[in-house]
Ligand binder design. Structure first.
Ligand SMILES: Nc1ncnc2c1ncn2[C@@H]1O[C@H](COP(=O)(O)OP(=O)(O)OP(=O)(O)O)[C@@H](O)[C@H]1O
Length: 275
């Protein structure tokens, strides 16, 4: 797991622009969006629905090609999927006909590589899936399936883990549990994490920085540093600091939602609230 130098961001997004070409016309999803993520950081990306969060994350993973702009990993441009970047989606996407062990080993089979069994056993233990290796996805809860998806992504020892709304489909208690798990994994591996979520509370609990994207086309509108040491306890979520930050970010997102409409009406820019 290589860390970038102090000056080079781990993941550097420079003027990322993405246009989807469709029969009905072109759609500008990202417009010169720039963002640096530093080694060992956890950065969450929030923003109005449809603002381009997933497009940005998929571009960071190399799964999407940008229309213009660059994504750099440790200073080197990436143009396709990269072995040093892992991704976890909202759906666990486990193969239903394979048991949990076979699902975790699947990427190694595709790559023709030998899995590091000791590392996988460590991860399985870390996420609390000891003894479930022979179970099939249908025998596991949604939370357990997502734990397996996290193990599958980390098994390849990526230095960057991209997570696209991974706990959006889980109930709120399981979600809190999974948030604590992500923090534990981070404390263990110090993997750089970029996390997309619709939950501002989740973003604050997990992140060193919360980045707010503008309404589509997505660009960085605001960013906030979260000033709590780790490990964080759920009690911080009841502090006035978190309450105020949550409201500030909420108002940013609401502002971004109404801004395009205000533009259409020819009214002035919405007044922004800053910390
Ligand atoms: N493959 C695609 N082809 C055409 N348009 C797309 C494609 N993927 C996304 N879009 C459009 O691009 C815009 C940004 O989508 P994206 O999924 O990146 O936003 P998002 O912020 O992740 O959305 P949400 O908050 O709803 O998850 C949306 O208008 C979406 O409809």
């Amino acid at each position: 797991m290589n860390a970038g130098s102090a000056k080079t961001p781990k993941l550097g997004v420079q003027a990322a622009t993405k246009i989807y070409h469709m029969a009905s016309g072109d759609l500008l999803a990202l417009d010169r969006c720039s963002l640096d993520v530093h080694a060992n950081e956890i950065v969450s990306i929030v923003g109005p629905s449809g603002c381009g969060k997933t497009t940005l994350l998929w571009s960071m993973s190399g799964l999407h090609r940008l229309s213009s702009g660059t994504i750099r990993l440790d200073g080197r441009e990436i143009t396709g999927p990269h072995p040093d970047i892992g991704i976890v989606f909202q759906e666990a996407n486990l193969l239903p006909w394979r048991n949990l062990d076979a699902n975790i080993h699947f990427p190694f089979e595709i790559k023709g590589e030998k899995p590091d069994r000791a590392w996988i056993a460590h991860l399985v233990n870390r996420v609390g899936l000891d003894g479930f290796g022979g179970k099939f996805p249908r025998e596991l809860s949604g939370g357990m399936q997502q734990r397996a998806a996290i193990v599958r992504a980390l098994a390849l020892k990526p230095s960057v883990l991209l997570m696209d709304e991974p706990f959006g489909a889980l109930d709120s208690f399981t979600r809190e549990e999974m948030n604590r798990l992500v923090e534990e994994i981070w404390l263990d591996t110090k993997t750089t994490i970029v996390f997309i979520t619709h939950s501002i509370e989740e973003a604050i609990f997990l992140s060193d920085r919360v980045v707010v994207l503008s309404a589509r086309p997505g660009r960085v509108a605001q960013e906030y540093r979260v000033p709590f040491a780790r490990p964080r306890s759920l009690e911080i979520m009841a502090t006035k600091e978190v309450f105020d930050l949550t409201n500030t970010i909420k108002m940013d997102i609401v502002g971004e939602r109404v801004r395009p409409k205000a533009r259409e009406r020819g009214t002035a820019e919405i007044v922004r609230i800053r910390p």
